[in-house]
Design a binder for this molecule. Structure first.
Ligand SMILES: [Zn+2]
Ligand SMILES: [Zn+2]
Length: 300
């Protein structure tokens, strides 16, 4: 099968969790995620690996030559190789951690000496501060943000950092991919002469119908951009995704969140932005590297 067909199918299936989310909201009693939970994370992970491999294959076999005719002998070529590899490695690292790292499961009430704390009646775990019980994972998660259908994992205290970093780097990576593939799409697929003339002579022949790869790239760019923008708005309002949806359903207006944003709560030391993101690195430059963060204890 052609690499482009594989990419389009994989990107298509990756949108399915969105459908699952819609069905779950429309029919809350159905609990369909519980059924798919066990194998879905591995399925989605393999699809993500497929999409990454497909993009990297197309980059090294064709698109690199669009921007640099002799890429391995020029600085320009190596800059493109570095950027493509960097976005690929850093975003994939954060996706893996967001999917498989413990989001911050609350300790069981029977363990330790936390008897003064309130206990969850559903999972017998200690419930302090922003701890929430996840219906899908059936356990309490510290500083739970939401249950993510794309990573098939809860997003909470110890993996929110990875989740948001993944969205950021993957979105930047897709922006870079649009820059790499746009000219070839316009020149080879749409047949615009001005774009075609700007391309090396053999590129349309080499790419064939693979030039349509811009379409799945733009789809991913839009999806990731929307999710990233929503997460940034939640952080600025200093509320979790769950609380944001709840507040929005109750007030039916964005005014309440807007007031919180105006209070500049997100700059405080105990705000979600500080606890979940900025305080997790000792040095600012560490944010740009694929390095694990230190886990925080659930009750502090
Ligand atoms: Zn619970
Ligand atoms: Zn969950």
């Amino acid at each position: 099968m052609d690499i482009i067909i594989i990419i389009i199918i994989a990107v298509g299936i990756l949108q399915l969790p969105l459908l699952v989310d819609v069905i779950r909201n429309l029919f809350p009693r159905l609990n369909i995620e519980r059924i798919t939970q066990d194998y879905a994370s591995y399925l989605l992970f393999s699809l993500v690996v497929t999409v990454y491999s497909g993009f990297m294959y197309l980059f090294f076999s064709a698109y690199l030559y669009v921007k640099a005719e002799n890429p391995y002998a020029t600085i320009n070529g190596w800059i493109h190789i570095f950027l493509a590899s960097y976005f690929c490695i850093v975003s994939f690292f954060h996706y893996t951690y967001a999917s498989f790292h413990d989001p911050g499961t609350a300790p069981l009430a029977t363990l330790g000496s936390h008897t003064d704390y309130p206990v969850c009646t559903k999972c017998d775990r200690i419930k302090v501060g922003a701890t929430r019980h996840c219906k899908v994972c059936q356990r309490c998660i510290c500083m739970m943000d939401h249950h993510c259908p794309f990573t098939v994992n809860c997003v909470g205290l110890n993996n929110f950092y990875y989740f948001v970093s993944f969205l950021g780097y993957a979105w930047l990576g897709m922006s870079f991919a649009i820059y790499m593939t746009f000219t070839a799409f316009m020149g080879c697929m749409i047949g615009q002469t001005s774009y075609r003339n700007a391309l090396p002579a053999s590129i349309c022949f080499n790419l064939g119908k693979n030039a349509i790869v811009l379409v799945p790239i733009v789809t991913l760019w839009l999806a990731l951009g929307t999710l990233l923008a929503f997460q940034i708005i939640c952080l600025l309002c200093n509320v979790s995704t769950l609380d944001f949806s709840l507040l929005f359903r109750q007030t039916k207006s964005l005014r309440k969140m807007w007031y919180q944003f105006r209070n500049m709560e997100f700059l405080q030391e105990n705000s979600r932005m500080q606890v979940l993101y900025f305080s997790r690195r000792n040095y600012f430059w560490q944010h740009f590297l694929p390095l694990p963060i230190q886990d925080l204890p659930c009750c502090y």
